[in-house]
Design a protein around this ligand. Structure first.
Ligand SMILES: [Zn+2]
Length: 261
């Protein structure tokens, strides 16, 4: 549990925004309270599901920030890309779909309404990152960290928001098919990460969803607990993370080989 009396960084950064009553702790830019309440409900249900499934217990903060607040507070992160704090239990979500570059990206292959919903659901992916970390699974930046966050998000959506789960899969698949990526391998994602470029990075995220859907059907949230016990560290290389996933669910190595072609 974070010690709120020593809150700094992300938590303190957002302290000036309005507090939305209820849990999880939610802060919103002025004028975006209704949307913050909707996202709070989504985050609350996902957080309860994941806590039950994983045995994780912590108090996240959800921030719904408008461009002015985001720009004033966030050093360098482009507006609209949701993120989870690396060190604190904070998920930051853009307040306005109209300014969100991810909505424009996904609206190339879906209705604007579906693209906006997809972008909102990324909040659950970000919450997934926090739950992965709180299980004690400390992963390198790269494919397995992104896969596990989407994995937990998808487990929740499939169980409690099946229409959203179907939308997530459909939009991911259609966007992946519309992009010709320069980089395709998990090794490249691990080595280059966001510097593969925004479009290629989103292609990777889309592509992970296909494997998430397959593994989820057989393994459920316990997949992440088994990974936690595999001895991975932030220094583990791609071959090591892939072997750990393969040991739990045969098929990862074959899938990774199809990406490399
Ligand atoms: Zn992520």
């Amino acid at each position: 549990m974070p010690d709120v009396t020593e809150a700094t960084g992300e938590t303190e950064r957002w302290a000036g925004l309005a507090a939305i009553p209820g849990l999880p702790t939610t802060r919103a830019s002025a004028g975006h309270e209704d949307r913050a309440r909707e996202l709070q409900e989504l985050a609350r249900d996902a957080h309860a599901y994941l806590g039950d499934a994983l045995g994780t217990a912590f108090s996240p903060t959800v921030v719904v920030a408008a461009p002015d607040d985001w720009a004033d507070n966030e050093d360098g992160a482009p507006y609209g890309i949701p993120y989870a704090s690396e060190t604190e239990l904070v998920v930051v979500i853009p307040a306005t779909a109209a300014d969100n570059p991810l909505v424009d990206t996904y609206a190339q292959v879906a209705s604007r309404e579906d693209a906006a919903r997809f972008a909102d659901l990324i909040a659950v992916h970000e919450l997934g990152h926090l739950h992965v970390r709180e299980t004690g699974l400390d992963l390198p930046l790269g494919w397995l960290g992104e896969l596990t966050a989407t994995y937990l998000s998808y487990c929740f959506l499939a169980a409690h928001r099946p229409a959203d789960a179907a939308l997530w899969v459909r939009v991911s698949r259609d966007h992946a098919a519309a992009v010709t990526p320069a980089y395709r391998s998990l090794e490249d994602l691990d080595g280059i990460y966001f510097d593969v470029g925004p479009e290629n990075y989103i292609w990777y995220q889309d592509t992970l969803t296909a494997m998430v859907e397959e593994v989820h059907a057989e393994r459920g949230p316990a997949f992440v607990l088994r990974l936690r016990d595999a001895g991975l560290t932030p220094a583990s290389d791609t071959a090591t993370t892939l072997a750990a996933a393969e040991a739990i669910h045969p098929g990862f190595e074959r899938w990774a080989a199809t990406l490399r072609r």
